[in-house]
Design a protein around this ligand. Structure first.
Ligand SMILES: Nc1nc2c(c(=O)[nH]1)N[C@H]1C(S)=C(S)[C@@H](COP(=O)(O)O)O[C@H]1N2
Ligand SMILES: [Mo]
Length: 333
């Protein structure tokens, strides 16, 4: 109901060149080549089910009782202050990128099909403590806190939300990486029968992302398990997702099932699709444009008017040192 009227800030889907345009163009070419390939509804960009009518309450997981619900809300860590208003919970939980459930922003209903309990997490590779553990057992080994962070999508929309979670360095400590481990490769589930976007064979499923160990142990790198003082809604990447607020949003991989410590730089989902548009580092920089979007300004969800984008999304004091000795690399987009 709330969204029957046009939002002032609104970027209509028809006005947005989504992250999927390149692949969809490619998919049309492939389909033409394959001739009579039947395309089932909903797999292509723009096949939206209509207006968002969600209320945040409706997005709550009602199918299973959660053993960890009592951990929320967690105490706020006041070190991380915002320079802007929080995005409304309703917008942040109904305007999403989660290509596993389709390439529109309106995937929150479909995402409810994801079963998040039990949720097995694999930690493997170059570590002294390889392990498989249940998500709720992982939560017993960490201390949850709330952090207010900005989020900047490469599509040039942004939000500011209260995440609940724990520092990624605590997960790294659990794994006990060996000295040869230089990167952490993360992977999302691969369940095409549940997440119909994964039936789109032109995407390199499962979604993969990666960080260097230095990035992952930077104090900003966060594993989020909740948002707005409650458990993570499925559409935002339940039960656990990465949050790296100085990088473009596509780095913040959702619904992670595996952390692999490796000496090889991981090739991420979007890099595999179009490496010239989505590099490994993908740090926010208003001066480095993406081929399809200027990065100079951004549209905060829920606001009228654009605002300037900041280098490292305003987090340079925390992360600029990570990159000061890296030469000859494309650090931005
Ligand atoms: N597994 C997975 N993780 C993902 C994505 C995705 O499609 N699949 N989209 C990314 C992009 S492009 C953005 S901007 C953020 C969006 O997070 P939000 O929906 O919670 O705002 O999730 C990122 N993580
Ligand atoms: Mo994004």
């Amino acid at each position: 109901m709330l969204f029957k009227f046009k939002r002032g800030w609104e970027i209509r889907e028809s006005d947005v060149t989504s992250e999927s345009v390149y692949v969809n163009r490619r998919s049309f070419i492939r389909k033409a080549a394959l001739g009579s390939l039947a395309v089932s509804g909903g797999l292509l960009a723009g096949c939206d089910e209509g207006e968002n009518k969600a209320s945040a309450a409706k997005t709550e997981n009602t199918s299973q009782p959660s053993p960890s619900a009592g951990l929320y809300p967690a105490q706020r860590n006041e070190r991380f202050q915002l320079d802007r208003e929080l995005t409304s919970e309703e917008l942040a939980t109904t305007y999403n990128n989660f290509y596993e459930f389709g390439s529109s922003k309106n995937i929150w209903r479909k995402a409810q099909d994801l079963q998040i309990r039990p949720w097995n997490i694999v930690i493997d590779g170059l570590v002294d403590a390889p392990q498989e553990l249940d998500f709720d057992d992982l939560l017993k080994k960490v201390t949850l806190e709330e952090r207010l962070y900005r989020h900047r999508c490469v599509e040039a929309w942004s939000m500011a939300v209260p995440w609940t979670g724990f520092p990624m360095r605590d997960l790294v400590a659990l794994a006990q990486p060996q000295s040869g481990a230089k990167y952490i490769r993360m992977e999302t589930f691969n369940l095409p029968d549940v997440a119909s976007g994964q039936k789109a064979f032109w995407y390199p499923w499962p979604y993969v992302e990666g960080l260097t160990i230095e990035e992952a142990t930077n104090e900003l790198a966060f594993i989020a398990t909740g948002i707005y003082g409650r458990e993570m809604p499925k559409q935002n990447g339940a039960p656990l997702r990465l949050v790296t607020p100085w990088k473009y949003g596509f780095k913040s991989i959702k619904s992670i099932v595996k952390f692999t410590f490796t000496d090889q730089r991981p090739i991420s989902f979007w890099e595999e699709i179009q490496g010239s548009e989505y590099g490994f580092w993908a740090n926010v920089n208003p001066e480095v444009s993406h081929p399809r979007w200027s990065q100079a300004t951004e549209q905060p969800l829920g606001q009228t008017g654009r605002i300037p984008t900041q280098l490292y999304n305003g987090y340079g004091e925390y992360v600029a040192d990570l990159y000061s000795n890296i030469k000859g690399e494309r650090l931005f987009v």
